[in-house]
Design a protein around this ligand. Structure first.
Ligand SMILES: C[S@@+](CC[C@H](N)C(=O)[O-])C[C@H]1O[C@@H](n2cnc3c(N)ncnc32)[C@H](O)[C@@H]1O
Length: 318
């Protein structure tokens, strides 16, 4: 907000884009018509509920754009190049040191005339007049990863099959009927479930818009249904599920957040039939046992080693 508060840039009266804001802090200084791009469902929903105009993916022309860095440099450079393509005036880039703002600034300085840089606390904001940037958009676009699946930078485990998800593979045999994958990512685990002949339907729930778009291709199947959704806020289904599989997220920021996994366990319990099966893998150090006990009458650890543990639970408590 400093460049505007200090009068260093004039705020256009409309046609402003803000990419990847994580909350509504400071957004009040932008014109009411400002478009926010945020593909992570819980944040998208919170911004929408605060009255903002927010889309998971934007393609339009603007007078000014502000890009917030994400934790993936390739994704951030792609966003900056896309913002520059969609903007006629200034592109501002804002980020924390821990998100790599220094190295992004260095890259940009080699190519464009950076108008100014403001540093404060552990972050920086800088801006430049929009120009065509290198092919960073292509580098950030969906492409086949070394394992043969479509992914893009910024998605969970975009380069390789996640070891945690892979731990569930030996236990999938025998799953049948209607199931759900909570936090389905770009769809590797779902694809393995859909390879089972007795699975009649699989509902994939994923908060990351882009990852879900990838899953639609990686796990394409007439039995698959794709939901861009926040698993921690799912309504109770009309008909309960025969099984749920999940490799829940354990952080949104840099630190472990077991509360997220606990909320996934609660949702799984609310989805399955009394004799339904819930299979979940987690990092070994995460304390999910008490939550399993809270929401399921029967649960067991099928396997554990130094890195992961695999849970099976049945008989959700009412
Ligand atoms: C550990 S990964 C699961 C990977 C996936 N099952 C696979 O086979 O590659 C967890 C996933 O949960 C998603 N996620 C995080 N918070 C979420 C939420 N509140 N609702 C739904 N999905 C969420 C993340 O975007 C991530 O894709």
């Amino acid at each position: 907000m400093l460049p505007f508060e200090q009068g260093l840039i004039d705020m256009p009266s409309e046609n402003v884009l803000v990419m990847r804001p994580i909350d509504s802090f400071g957004l009040h200084i932008f014109p009411a018509s400002t478009v926010l791009e945020q593909g992570f469902k819980p944040i998208n929903k919170a911004l929408m509920q605060s009255g903002f105009n927010v889309e998971p993916r934007v393609e339009a022309q603007f007078e000014l754009a502000l890009v917030h860095l994400t934790r993936s440099k390739v994704e951030s450079l792609g966003n900056i190049a896309r913002a520059a393509r969609m903007t006629d005036g200034f592109v501002l880039v804002n980020g924390a040191k821990t998100d790599g703002i220094e190295s992004v600034l260095k890259r940009l300085k080699k190519i464009v005339a950076v108008e100014a840089v403001i540093s404060k606390s552990h972050g920086k904001v800088f801006w430049f007049k929009a120009v065509t940037l290198p092919d960073w958009e292509d580098a950030a676009a969906m492409a086949e990863n070394p394992a043969g699946f479509l992914t893009a930078a910024g998605m969970f485990s975009s380069e390789k099959i996640d070891q945690g998800s892979a731990r569930l593979l030996p236990y999938l045999d025998g799953l049948k009927g209607k199931g759900a994958d909570l936090g389905a990512g770009w769809g590797w685990l779902s694809k393995q479930v859909l390879a089972l002949p007795d699975v009649a339907k699989l509902e994939l729930y994923e908060a990351d818009f882009k990852a879900l778009e990838a899953a639609k291709i990686n796990a394409a199947d007439p039995r698959a249904v794709f939901h861009w959704a926040d698993v921690t806020a799912l309504p109770k289904p009309e008909k309960p599920f025969d099984f749920v599989v999940s490799n829940p997220p354990f952080h949104q920021s840099r630190k472990a957040e077991p509360e997220l996994g606990k909320a996934f366990i609660k949702t799984a319990a609310s989805l399955i039939k009394p004799k339904g099966r819930f299979l979940m893998v987690a990092n070994r150090q995460l304390p999910y046992e008490a939550t399993m006990e809270q929401y399921f009458k029967r649960w067991t650890v099928l396997e554990q080693d130094g890195q992961f543990k695999v849970f099976e639970a049945t008989h959700p408590r009412k």
